[in-house]
Design a protein around this ligand. Structure first.
Ligand code: SAH
Length: 374
């Protein structure tokens, strides 16, 4: 026998190193609740208050480098650093546009998987658009991420680290406009957040919990965007987290939505909208209906009319997104006059509607373009 068995047991007398197949990213401080952090620190033979010190370094000072945490004894830094601050994200490439106020980062994860995040600074807010999965399994034909399929779920800390990295760049004054903070987080990067429910909820909790437990971002500034996984929307409504729900509808009729958002074959337009209205009733939060306008596919006035009838008099806002064509796609954005007519039709029904800007388009950082092509 010349190779180790698949179970990792070497043949007798053979010097073989079988690398452990780590299926999951290593545990990080940001994966843990405050109580879990104290327990983890105690398990390593350190006083539980060290967990508070570490948390302040990470969530207040945005410092993830244990070697620089000089208020901890050197031995503790080494031990706790190794155990709670594994390197999760490595920046592979950074692209900026809009005079540096839009910035996309391509990250490599521990296992080589690639994901992207985008920072967008406006005059009154700064939004981080984060990924929740490497790839995506929802297979929407107009979305760049959907074409590549799902690689794996991200961990809570891998999600949080994207926001911390943005917060760090802002705090350091690296983004034009002076030192600033992250005010909004949208789960509109790669992945279907509600298909990675547990890790995403963990990340949302870390984002909203006040210091030293988390980053202290207002739940109202956080948007979870979904294709419409109905049971998970129901669960989210019961979390007691008033985050904004964005529902990627893209078509008001099942026939078309079955093709644009294939999960519609499982949960129909009527079911997904019912879940959205339940969400709005429970959280008192306005639900955002996302609708990518695709020329001659879903932008007809009769569809605007049908959409208007379905959502009128609800706690809702319709967000029209001019399609960002993905490479090789036959589809493109609607004609300006069709877009205007679509808006007018919704306004006729009294539905609040806006057309989303397409920031980051030049750096493939706009909605649905995050594909991590390398
Ligand atoms: N999986 C989640 C979140 C990620 S995508 C979801 O589907 O909601 C974030 C938003 O961008 C979704 O509304 C998605 O439908 C939209 N989107 C995807 N590809 C797009 C494209 N090429 N042009 C415009 N919007 C797109």
């Amino acid at each position: 026998m010349s190779t180790a068995s698949p179970t990792g047991t070497p043949a007798p007398g053979q010097l073989t190193f079988v690398a452990p197949r780590r299926a999951k990213p290593a545990r990080h401080l940001a994966d843990l609740t405050m109580a879990e952090r104290r327990a983890a620190v105690a398990e390593l033979g350190e006083k539980p208050f060290r967990a508070d010190q570490l948390s302040r370094h990470y969530f207040d000072k945005l410092n993830g480098e244990p070697a620089t945490m000089t208020d901890l004894p050197a031995a503790a830094r080494e031990k706790l650093g190794t155990a709670l601050f594994p390197k999760l994200l490595t920046s592979v490439r950074e692209l900026t546009t809009d005079n540096g106020t839009t910035r996309k980062t391509l990250w490599r994860l521990f296992d080589g998987a690639l994901v992207e995040s985008v920072l967008m600074r406006y005059t009154d807010r700064t939004t981080m658009c984060v990924s929740s999965q490497a790839g995506c399994g929802m297979n929407c034909p107009f979305c760049a991420t959907g074409q590549a399929g799902l690689t794996r779920n991200m961990s809570t800390a891998e999600i949080v680290e994207q926001v911390v990295a943005g917060a760090r760049a802002l705090a350091a004054g690296e983004v034009p406009g002076g030192p600033g903070r992250v005010s909004n987080v949208v789960f509109m990067g790669m992945g279907e957040p509600l298909a990675n429910y547990k890790a995403v909820i963990g990340a949302v909790r870390r984002l909203v919990e006040p210091s030293p437990s988390g980053l202290g971002i207002s739940a109202r500034g956080i948007t979870v965007s979904t294709v419409g996984l109905v049971p998970a929307i129901g669960k989210l409504a019961d979390e007691g987290l008033p985050v904004t729900l964005a529902l990627s509808l893209h078509a008001p009729d099942d026939e078309l939505r079955d093709t644009l958002v294939p999960i519609n074959t499982r949960w129909k337009v009527s079911e997904v909208l019912a879940a959205a209205w339940d969400y709005a009733a429970k959280t008192k939060r306005r639900v955002s209906i996302e609708y990518a306008l695709i020329k001659d596919i879903n932008d007809q006035e009769w569809r605007a009319d049908l959409l208007g009838k379905l959502v009128k008099n609800k706690l809702v806002h319709v967000n029209l997104i001019p399609l960002n064509p993905t490479p090789g796609s036959k589809w493109t954005a609607s004609r300006p006059e069709d877009e205007r007519a679509f808006v007018r039709r919704l306004e006729y029904h009294g539905v609040p509607v806006t057309v989303r800007d397409t920031r980051g388009r030049e750096i493939d950082g706009a909605c649905g373009q995050l594909a991590a092509a390398e």
